[in-house]
Design a protein around this ligand. Structure first.
Ligand code: OSB
Ligand code: MG
Length: 379
């Protein structure tokens, strides 16, 4: 606990464009590159914190985009943050409460305050969050492949690398038969599917057939904003449903659990507006016996580091999507990069997120930079 309030002196938005090593295909489209903001924050002591915005350039996954994140941060959220000192990172989401939604924009700033706060305390971020694990188990998310043969090859590669759980993206026409082939080749792996909202209750027969394949779960089969049809579907399936897109807050999680719309929740820090809200959902799920795991948004190193820290909390009992930096990027923006050995990430014990930002690499990807400062706050 620091007793001294934190005065944010300066917020820098670094806009980056990074090319993915392999294109990533979901039911709503293909990603070739990631454009996002690195948020850098400095306080009155010279301590700094980092965060990443996770929205994509198109509003396919949610309504937010890189441009809406920029607009919200610049016009509303950064001014609120610079307005006066804050006592604790938990205060940030409260301060942002007057702004409706825009959770990814809020989160990009909030997670940077958490990093900064942990660094001021000379403490690893995961410990500030109440995390207990020294290492975390990770799985991998595999995009839609053109053929079952190619999919099986891709899965084999990741099985050999040691990833603990395979998540396969599905959509109508690329679902049951593909998964069946994977299951036939790998009878014992932890296997799951993610539909990114590609189905409706009209597809009930197909979705029921997936019960044959012994999937750990099916993620977000129905509409991005639904928790009612998911409850109907869950009552028809033995495979657990995991919600991703439908959960934007603790309140969404509570309602989904009360309606029995899902048995598992994927927590993405950006989607729920930051680490404080992520913790709230985590604590509630722990109380309710709902398993959680940490989702991914094709993050670069800083976002990945925040995911690692969050995953050390005890109710993250299922492997998440936080794969190695090298799965996505030629060169990541942090040192060391996030490394996965035998399906495990060793959690760094250095202050804050525990990884250094590689300035030179960051600048090599940077397409724009904007600085906001407040000289009015006294230390
Ligand atoms: O639904 O979890 C998702 C990627 C982009 C948008 C949505 C999703 C994903 C992934 C990949 O599944 C997660 C990752 O590897 O970062
Ligand atoms: Mg998902």
């Amino acid at each position: 606990m620091t007793s001294k309030p934190i005065s944010i002196r300066e917020v820098t938005l670094h806009r980056l464009v990074m090319r993915l090593i392999n294109p990533f295909t979901t039911s709503f489209g293909t990603f070739q590159e990631k454009e996002f903001f690195v948020v850098e924050m400095e306080d009155e002591t010279g301590a700094s914190g980092f965060g990443e915005s996770v929205a994509f350039t198109s509003p396919w996954y949610s309504e937010e985009t890189v441009e809406t994140n920029k607009h919200m941060m610049e016009q509303f959220l950064i001014p609120l943050l610079l307005q006066s000192a804050i006592n604790h990172p938990d205060d940030v989401s409260k301060r942002f409460e007057s702004i409706r939604r825009n959770n990814m924009a809020k989160s990009a700033l909030e997670v940077a305050v958490w990093d900064l706060y942990a660094k001021r305390n000379q403490n690893p971020l995961y410990k500030e969050l109440g995390g207990t694990k020294q290492q975390i188990d990770v799985g991998i998310s595999i995009g839609i492949q053109p053929t079952a043969k190619e999919l099986v090859q891709v899965v084999e590669g990741f099985v050999n690398e040691g990833y603990k759980r395979m998540k396969i993206k599905i959509k109508p026409g690329s679902d049951y038969e593909m998964l069946k082939e994977v299951r036939r080749h790998f009878p014992d792996i932890l296997l799951m599917a993610d539909a990114n909202s590609a189905y409706t209750l009209d597809d009930l027969d197909l979705l029921k057939k997936l019960d044959e394949l012994d999937l750990m779960m099916i993620e977000q089969p129905l509409a991005h904003d639904d928790i009612v049809d998911h409850a109907t579907l869950q009552s028809e399936l033995s495979t657990p449903i995991c919600l991703d897109e439908s959960i934007h807050s603790f309140e969404d999680a509570r309602k989904a659990v009360e309606l029995e719309s899902c048995k598992i929740i994927n927590i993405k820090i950006g989607r729920v507006g930051g680490l404080t809200e992520s913790k709230k959902i985590h604590d509630y799920c722990a109380q309710q016996g709902i398993a959680v795991w940490c989702g991914g948004m094709l993050e670069a190193g800083i976002g990945r580091a925040h995911n690692v820290a969050l995953t050390t909390l005890p109710q993250f009992i299922l492997p998440g999507d936080t794969a190695a930096s090298s799965r996505y990027w030629e060169k990541d923006i942090i040192v060391p990069e996030v490394i996965v050995e035998n399906g495990v990430i060793h959690v760094p014990n250095r202050p804050g997120i525990g990884y250094e930002v590689n300035r030179q690499v960051l600048e090599s990807y940077r397409v724009d930079k904007t600085v906001f400062s407040n000289k009015n706050i006294l230390a």
